[in-house]
Structure formats: structure tokens, C-alpha cells
Design a protein around this ligand. Sequence first.
Ligand code: IPM
Ligand code: MN
Length: 372
Amino acid sequence: MKLDIAVLPGDGIGPEVTAEAVKVLKAIGLVFEHTFNFKYALIGAAAIDSINNPLPEDTISLCKTTDAVLFGAIGDTAYDMDPDAKIRPEQGLLGIRKALGLHTNIRPVIAYDDLLTKSSLKVKQIKGTNVLIYRELTGGVYFGERQLSEDGNTASDVCEYHRFEIERIAHAAFKAAQSRKHKLTLVDKANVLETSRLWRRVIKELATQYPDVALNFMYVDHAAVELIKNPRQFDVVLTENMFGDILSEEASVIVGSIGLLASASLGDTYAMFEPIHGAYPNAKNKGIANPIASILSAAMLLDHFNLEDEAALVREAVDKSLKLHITTPDLNTKYDNITTSKVGDFIEDFINNPEETNLNFTNIHLGQSTII
Ligand code: IPM
Ligand code: MN
């Protein structure tokens, strides 16, 4: 298969983690004889610094003329500290999601057996967690009209949803539930918000088309508790944009590090693959950023093109790296010299030679004879 992939490394640790995902995709390309071409473009603070625009036209057109987009991270402390900044890095990410019509964001939350003790939650509470969060990505309060009064004392952000925006992601979420444990939870705030009541009405109507899916509803405040108290009760969680942002980040506590959570952002025409973590500017260029979220986002890219064996091999390599503690410091307690690129090297080695990687890698890179 030939794929042109737009790479938008962005800010902070974005370039470092994306480089590892590209490394992994290149290895997959070689082993499975695919031609993956990578084309780079600017976004976020990097693009502001260069042309004073967080989302250059060239970036949008590159994304529209390639088969998929691999996104890194966005954000910069300079802007976080300045509420008056009119041009902000985040506008790049929100703008590309909107420009490409990426309405359905899929965020898997899987508790790895080898990492259960890394979570601050109890092992028995989280073991076996496998939740798929469907976050609506191009509507709601993120994209409603914003206002600030002239005197600067009153502000508003409108939360708006249309039936069609709810229906398209809901169908995808119901179908996902059909291929899993047949359970769908709509998370909302229908006791307060009119938009949530619209979500409930639309989802109830659609549910008749999916009689094999057990549907339940949960208020977001309660869901925030249940998600960490008893995450195994969830299969597919469907929710609007901002609730999905908050709950998916909360869910990273189950997994042990936010550096592990990947996502796919899908529209009718385009697809982008992005780790759920941010730019983590303090870690920039220190080699401590966890590349797994980006690498697993690349695996979701492979899934998207039905390259199932390829995606499975990436995931097997990731599992192996976790099992052998070839991980960055956010997870590691065993070795202190494992950098972002060493994690990528291990996964690349494993893809090239799944049989022999353990010994070779640990000999060459870690100076150990064996670590199993
Ligand atoms: C995410 C991020 C973004 C969001 C930010 C950087 C705009 O937090 O992808 O979860 O809020 O969607
Ligand atoms: Mn977020």
C-alpha cells in the first residue's frame, strides 16, 4: 500500500514523540513492503513563531492532499500565561479539526497488566479496564460563539449542538459497541443543559436501530467518579466535546501515564491521529517524553487503512517494551537511562525482528546481558 502521511509535529514534546511514531511507521513500511511518504507542516506555536498563524493555509492543504495526518502536540507556556493573547497555538489544533471535519474522536483506555501498579488507583479496581471513549470533536462549547464585553467584565462561550452532529458520532459509537461488549453509555448533564437533553433524545431514538446494544445514561459529574471507581463497568462511552476532553484525561490515571493514551480523529473524508496528551513544554528536548501515545496513534492509523497485522505488530512491540521496562521515566522504576528515542529504537528493533529483540536490544542499548 502507498500512503502519503502529513506529519504535524507541533510544539513542546510533539516533535520528539512524533519522530518515534514516524520511525515505527517506517519500520512497518519496510517489513510489510508499504510505501509510506511523510510530508511535514507547521502548526501551533511553531507556526506562530514562523508566520504568525497557528494554522497556515499550506498546512490545511497538505492535510487535504494526503491520506492521513499524524499530529504531535500543541501549546506553549508563554500563551498559557497570557489570557489576552489573541493568537493562540490551540487555534491551530481546533482549526485543523474543524477544517478537516474531524467530528469523531476515539480514545481507547486500556489498563495494561504490566502497568497496573503504576496507577495511583488500586490494582483490583482497574485490572481488565477496556473503555472506548467517543468524544465529539467539532461542536459544543469549543466552537460556539465567544464574547467578551467591552468593559472586560463579562464573557460567554455558547454551547450549541445540532441533531446531525449527534447522529453521526452516535452511529459510530453504537457500531463500535456492537463489535465489543454491546454496551453504550451516554455521558451528559441532561439535568441541567438543553444540549444534553437533545443528545439524550437523539440517542434514544437511534437506539431502536441497535437493539443488541444496552444503552445507559450517566451524568458527567457521576461519570467522573464511576470512571475511576469502577472503570470495568464501561464499554463504549459517548459524550460531547468538553466532557470527553476532561474524562479522557482523567482516564489516564487508570492507565498509569497520560503518555500512553492514543486517539483517532475521524471525519467523513479525512483522518488524523493524535496522542491525547499536550505539549508538556517542561519536558521538551530532555528525552523524557513518553512516545507510546504517539506510537499507538500510528497503530490506529494503520487500523484505519485495515492494515491489521501491521497494527497488531506495533501493539505487540509496545506491550513488549512495557513488559521489559523499556519505558520513559514517567513509568520506569527499573532503568534510568531510557530516553524517548530508545523506546522508539526498541519498538523499531522488535518490528524488524520480533524473535531476537529482547536480547539484542538489552545488550546493545542498555548494557545488560539479559533482563527477562
Ligand atoms: C486534547 C487537548 C486539546 C483539546 C487542546 C490542546 C485544545 O486537550 O486534544 O485533548 O482540548 O481538545
Ligand atoms: Mn485534553
